[in-house]
Design a protein around this ligand. Sequence first.
Ligand code: NAI
Ligand code: OAA
Length: 312
Amino acid sequence: MSKITVVGAGAVGATTADNIARKELASEVVLLDIKEGFAEGKALDMFQTAAILGWDTKLTGVTNDYSKTANSDVVVITSGLPRKPGMTREELIGVNAGIVKSVVDNILKYSPDAIFVIVSNPMDTMTYLALKASGLPKNRIIGMGGALDSARFKCYLSLAMNVSPNDLHGSVIGGHGDTTMIPLTRLATWNGTPVTDYLDEATLTKVAADTMVGGATLTGLLGTSAWYAPGAASLSVVESIIRDEKRVIPCSVLLEGEYGQSDICMGVPVVLGKTGWEKIIDYKLNDAEQALFAKSADAVRNMNNVLSTLNL
Ligand SMILES: NC(=O)C1=CN([C@@H]2O[C@H](COP(=O)(O)OP(=O)(O)OC[C@H]3O[C@@H](n4cnc5c(N)ncnc54)[C@H](O)[C@@H]3O)[C@@H](O)[C@H]2O)C=CC1
Ligand SMILES: O=C([O-])CC(=O)C(=O)O
């Protein structure tokens, strides 16, 4: 059985760890936070649901003690500031880059073979930073954003069509930003039939627009960013890796010519299995979609360029 570490015991990290523990994905889950006693408290509270909900996963909370994370198979990084209403994810780079870099360095000391799932924002740039800082093979660095954005896309499609989200397929690729996401409405299907058969152009445009600002909408409602869907989306990525499910999930990974881009991490559909991301699927974008992808890449690259101005 496997060991999974979740760094950051805040809203997203705790929800992710809780989901992983309940599903008994690993024999051991470690939750780590820098705030004294916080991860210990969250882990104990969660473990007290075990006898009620019927799960049995060894769950440990630790304050910044990386020795307890040793030999993790998968590490999920959620540490860092969330945005407040009115902010963009990109504004978090100054604080979060330093946090993500130090966490990656610390994890590698004890888990040199781990696969990393990066959640902290701005996620595409934090994924790129984790890749560069770790020097790990590209397949072991995976940014989580597309799993969440695609779930939101299906949520808004299901509301517009009044159908079950479980009968919908749809992907959001590109950057994980309010203006950089690309919901692929042309390729979305309901039980194998195109959603474009059921929704008019104006409704599809609104579904796509709502999806793109899905995180901002929740931040406005909650006063901080979301956690239930982010925690579930993180679980889905970890589950496909740990169980070698080979699911196709849009994730932020290093592109080396795929989708016309290089030296950048961005959301594309990948096959996830026990070695990390195993393959990029080519959705054969049309010219308009390809142009959106190139524009999205420009914005992500601008953010990546900020990294060199920071004292990391
Ligand atoms: N990629 C995605 O789809 C999503 C990304 N996010 C991002 O995830 C991050 C976390 O969000 P929340 O959990 O809501 O925030 P939160 O504030 O509830 O939790 C963050 C936790 O990180 C901890 N932390 C800070 N520095 C640390 C360090 N050096 N080592 C270990 N722990 C440290 C804090 O003590 C805090 O408990 C944010 O950057 C947010 O923008 C949130 C939702 C979705
Ligand atoms: O909106 C945010 O800042 C958090 C996030 O990435 C999301 O929920 O999509």
